[in-house]
Design a protein around this ligand. Structure first.
Ligand code: ADP
Ligand code: ADP
Length: 231
C-alpha cells in the first residue's frame, strides 16, 4: 500500500542542514497496522508527513496505492490526500463547529451534497460511538471523544490509509486503550491500512503487526513486532 524507497529529507542548507531522514526504505502492506517507533527527534513526524506529501522529500520516492506521490501536481495531491488522511496528538478539530459539522467538513471540501454528507457523517459517528454528541461542540468533549471525532472526520473521504501521529500521546492509559481498540476495529471492519507513530512501546505491542524502529533519521530495524521485541 505504501512503498518508500531511498527517502531523504533535509531541512535547511549548509551549516544549518538537519538531516531528518536518511535513506529510508519501507514497504507497508495493504490492510496492516504498521508501527513506527522512536525517540523524540528521531524523524517520525517527518516520515509520516512525507507519506501524504505534507512534507516534500529531498529525494526518494513515496508510492501510495500505486501512485508516486512525489510526481503529483498540487492539484493532484489534494485529491490523493483524501486517500491518505491523518490524525494528530492535538486532535485539530474546528472549535467553532459542532461534531457533526467537523465530520462533514472534508466532504464539503470535496463537493459532496450536504444531505449526503450529513448522512455519512452520522454513520461515521455511529461507527466511532459518538452519535449522541453530533450537536455538541469540541470544547464539550473529553480528549478521547475528541480523538473519536477526529477519526470519524479522517474516515469521511473513505481513505485507504489512516496516518496516526502520536494519536494517543495526550490521553490517559484507559482512553488510550479504547482508542487503540477503535483503530483495530476500524482496520478490521473497513480494511483501512493504519500507520501508527509513537514513542510508546505499549502502543506498538497493542495493535501493530509490523514495526520500524527509527533512530536519528535511519531505520535501525524493521520486521514483525514479535520478532523485534521478543526477549
Ligand atoms: P519526531 O517526530 O521523531 O520527534 P521529527 O520528525 O519531528 O521527529 O524531527 C526530526 C528532526 O528534524 C529533528 O531534528 C527536528 O528538529 C527536525 N525538523 C523537523 N521539522 C523541521 C523543520 N520544519 N525545520 C527544521 N528542522 C525540522
Ligand atoms: P513532534 O516531536 O511530535 O514531531 P515537534 O514539536 O518536534 O513535534 O514538531 C512540531 C512541528 O514543528 C512540526 O511541524 C515540525 O515539522 C516542526 N519542527 C520541529 N523541529 C523544528 C525545527 N528545528 N525548526 C523548525 N520547525 C521544526
Amino acid at each position: 500500500m505504501i512503498q518508500i524507497q531511498h527517502l531523504y529529507k533535509t531541512f535547511g542548507t549548509g551549516e544549518n542542514a538537519v538531516h531528518a531522514l536518511e535513506d529510508i526504505s519501507l514497504d507497508i502492506q495493504k490492510g496492516e497496522i504498521f508501527g513506527i517507533i522512536g525517540l523524540s527527534g528521531a524523524g517520525k513526524s517527518t516520515l509520516v508527513r512525507c507519506m501524504n506529501l505534507l512534507e516534500r522529500p529531498t529525494s526518494g520516492t513515496v508510492i501510495v496505492d500505486g501512485k508516486d506521490m512525489t510526481a503529483l501536481s498540487e492539484k493532484e495531491l489534494r485529491l490523493a490526500r483524501r486517500n491518505v488522511t491523518m490524525i494528530f496528538q492535538s486532535f485539530n478539530l474546528l472549535m467553532q463547529r459542532t461534531v457533526l459539522k467537523n465530520v462533514c467538513f472534508p466532504m464539503e471540501l470535496s463537493g459532496t451534497p450536504a444531505a449526503q454528507a450529513r448522512k455519512r457523517a452520522l454513520e461515521l459517528l455511529d461507527l466511532v460511538g459518538l452519535r449522541e454528541k453530533a450537536d455538541a461542540y469540541p470544547s464539550q468533549l473529553s480528549g478521547g471523544q475528541k480523538q473519536r471525532v477526529a477519526i470519524a472526520r479522517a474516515l469521511a473521504t473513505d481513505p485507504k490509509v489512516l496516518l496516526c501521529d502520536e494519536a494517543t500521546s495526550a490521553l490517559d492509559p484507559t482512553t488510550t486503550a479504547s482508542i487503540l481498540a477503535l483503530l483495530k476495529d476500524l482496520n478490521e471492519k473497513l480494511g483501512v491500512t493504519v500507520v501508527v507513530i509513537t514513542h510508546q512501546m505499549s502502543v506498538i505491542e497493542e495493535i501493530c503487526s509490523r514495526v520500524a524502529i527509527l533512530d536519528g533519521g535511519v531505520v535501525a530495524e524493521q520486521g514483525k513486532v514479535e520478532d523485534i521485541f521478543s526477549n
